[in-house]
Ligand binder design. Structure first.
Ligand code: PLP
Length: 317
């Protein structure tokens, strides 16, 4: 058998395994809204160890790269991200013993930068708010230096596959197979594409709705403008969303997202970020068109502590 002597897995297969085992299998909880007389179901992805849904992707891509001999002692994992993917790769890299370099918009919150650096990863900032420039930078860097390993979260099919085989399957198990409707925003589109595939396999009648910022409603055919919903809608429709069969698109304004996030923080005790508030706003709106006992599922994507310097905490200073 051909063995790769350079591969980290061959020398330290247990390194970080305990941390990786903490990723996923998140609870799904009911959120009851008495005024609206509605209960939604929310998958608590903010409970992953680095605090976001992106831990799943980082774990799966690193394990897959190891199994294909693509990661070596001298490798540097290089990714462009709005923050959560960077935090997740920085955490997995630290646990597994890899160098990590993260390319990120300088508009991303300082807390996310600090967390990434605190895990020991290198941070490379670019001026633009969207992802395009950052993705180009990672490609240019990888062409110039073979040590870089690019997870390519925006196009890597493992991103969606992971949500299909895990997140979506967990949702089905946690709802005894009955999910009538799934509502989610998109960044890379991995969550929406993967979960909807699993849910449709479980029940072809499950309806899938995409949430997007009202200020950047690209799926609705509008221009992308600035919005305050952190972690989603990076200025283009991601390739992973191609072929996703949507029943509809729900536009949520940044202000509505903030208001709902504060409700989740203060009325439910859930310290989540603004994309969670946006998802719940959209799910509540969609739920109006379903019978009251229908199971409408959405995602609480990440924790709020990484947003202290953003508008979300604006009235707490
Ligand atoms: C806070 C937050 N919410 C939602 C998403 C969207 O997830 P996906 O990239 O799977 O579309 C992300 C992605 O980065 C995120 O950081």
């Amino acid at each position: 058998m051909k063995t790769n002597t350079n591969s980290v897995t061959t020398t330290s297969s247990l390194r970080g395994d305990a941390l990786l085992a903490m990723i996923g299998n998140t609870p799904m909880i009911p959120l009851h809204f008495p005024e609206e007389n509605r209960t939604l179901w929310a998958k608590c992805e903010f409970l992953n160890p680095s605090g976001s849904i992106k831990d799943r992707l980082a774990r799966t891509i690193v394990l897959d790269a190891e199994s294909h001999g693509l990661l070596h002692r001298e490798s540097i994992i290089l990714e462009c991200t709005s923050g959560n993917t960077g935090i997740a790769f920085a955490m997995v890299g630290a646990a597994r013993g890899y160098r990590v370099a993260i390319v990120m918009s300088e508009r991303a919150s300082g807390e996310r930068r600090k967390i990434i650096q605190h895990f020991g990863a290198e941070l490379i900032l670019f001026a633009d708010a969207g992802y395009k420039r950052g993705i180009e930078m990672t490609r240019e860097m990888a062409e110039a230096d073979p040590r870089y390993f690019l997870p390519r979260q925006f196009e890597n099919p493992l991103n969606a596959l992971d949500h299909e085989s895990e997140t979506g399957v967990e949702m089905l198990e946690q709802s005894e197979g009955q999910v009538d409707c799934f509502v989610s925003g998109y960044g890379t589109g991995g969550t929406l594409a993967g979960c909807s595939k699993a849910l449709k396999k479980g029940n072809a009648k499950t309806q899938i709705f995409a949430m997007e910022p009202a200020e950047a409603a690209l799926l609705t055919g509008e221009e992308a403008c600035c919005h305050w919903i952190e972690g989603i809608a990076g200025g283009f429709v991601p390739p992973l969303l191609q072929g996703v069969e949507l029943s509809g698109v729900v536009k949520v304004s940044s202000r509505e997202a903030m208001e709902m996030t504060l409700r989740l923080n203060r009325e439910f005790g859930l310290l989540v970020g603004s994309s969670s508030g946006a998802n719940v706003t959209a799910a509540l709106r969609v739920a109006r068109d379903f019978p009251s006992d229908a199971r409408v599922v959405t995602i609480l994507c990440d924790r709020a502590e990484r947003y202290f310097s953003t508008r979300l905490f604006g009235d707490c200073s």
